[in-house]
Ligand binder design. Sequence first.
Ligand SMILES: Nc1ncnc2c1ncn2[C@@H]1O[C@H](COP(=O)(O)OP(=O)(O)O)[C@@H](O)[C@H]1O
Ligand SMILES: [Mg+2]
Length: 354
Amino acid sequence: MATIEIDGITKRFGEVQALAEVRLTVADGEFLALLGPSGCGKTTLLRIIAGLETQSAGRVRIGERDVSDLPPRKRGLAMVFQNYAVFPHLTVFENVAFGLRMAGASKERVTAQVEQAAALLHIEALLKRYPAQLSGGQRQRVAVARALAVEPAVLLMDEPLSNLDALLRLEMRAELKAVLEAAGTTTIYVTHDQTEAMGLADRIAVMQAGQVVQVGSPSDIYDRPKTRFVGGFVGSPPMNFLRLLVEDGTVTIGGLRLDAPAGAPSEVLLGLRAEDLTMTQDAAQGLPFELRVAELLGPHVLLTGTVAGQSMRAMVPAGTTSALLKPGTVLHLRPDRERMSWMNDEGIALEARP
Ligand SMILES: Nc1ncnc2c1ncn2[C@@H]1O[C@H](COP(=O)(O)OP(=O)(O)O)[C@@H](O)[C@H]1O
Ligand SMILES: [Mg+2]
């Protein structure tokens, strides 16, 4: 097992700056998700850690070793990529055994390791088949089993579930989490899917335009976004933001008056999660919300509308009197004062809430 230290990694592709001084430490046995939109530099960072791409500046350390200038095979890690490359001409057994054979493992060790990895991924019954005789999800398991069979100190995965349908993805997500927790492997998992990152990771590093903008536990990232971008990218629906003026230390929205944080600038953004809004009869306790659309989403109803001309979404329990949910109705939504995110007008968080 090993720690991973990414120390000031910068990467330029000609004119394009793909990574700008990325600093990140992954603890021994930790599962870190690299989360961000397409093009933010996730794959480039993973490929640099793997040694498949050369950094323009910075160092990568795995455990005690500086691996920055080592070829991939000398870095002691395993990878699973988005387009999981299983060898079509090899059986599942030989696919899983591949890394071990390359490393010159004994016949006994190959058998033992393949059986163990196959058991973890529930593919024992498939070992004699060829990849063409497998479903996409089974092939995915083979790719993961192959990576785990070599007992890597470090496992790098780049959107390994992105080609699976939603149900299978959900199933594989749970499986992977259990398997990697049991193995205690240090894992970096790249995804653009925030629910995947939230569900899987011990910690999430959120990336934007070649930089890591926030690192924290899933609840940290969700409850205390450091920027408007993070609040909007993590969570479904995204965090709501109201642009408000501060007068005498307070903001007023309809009949509701809220204390702004001490030292707030004259214009602020108030971040509110949809589920932190509750319907109330008391106009002085609620945001005046003009309803445009109500959508039933199983246990909740997602309300879309406006507050003071600014768009807003709220989640209320299903079963809320449907007469209240007619488009055009003005509802009053009470924000949970403990869970508000205050930011300056550039979208930078004003204070760390307890
Ligand atoms: N080989 C390359 N040559 C030129 N530009 C590249 C190359 N690889 C990636 N890029 C650019 O670097 C940025 C980051 O890409 P990438 O790491 O693939 O993002 P992500 O995996 O987050 O979608 C993008 O702007 C992409 O176009
Ligand atoms: Mg990518």
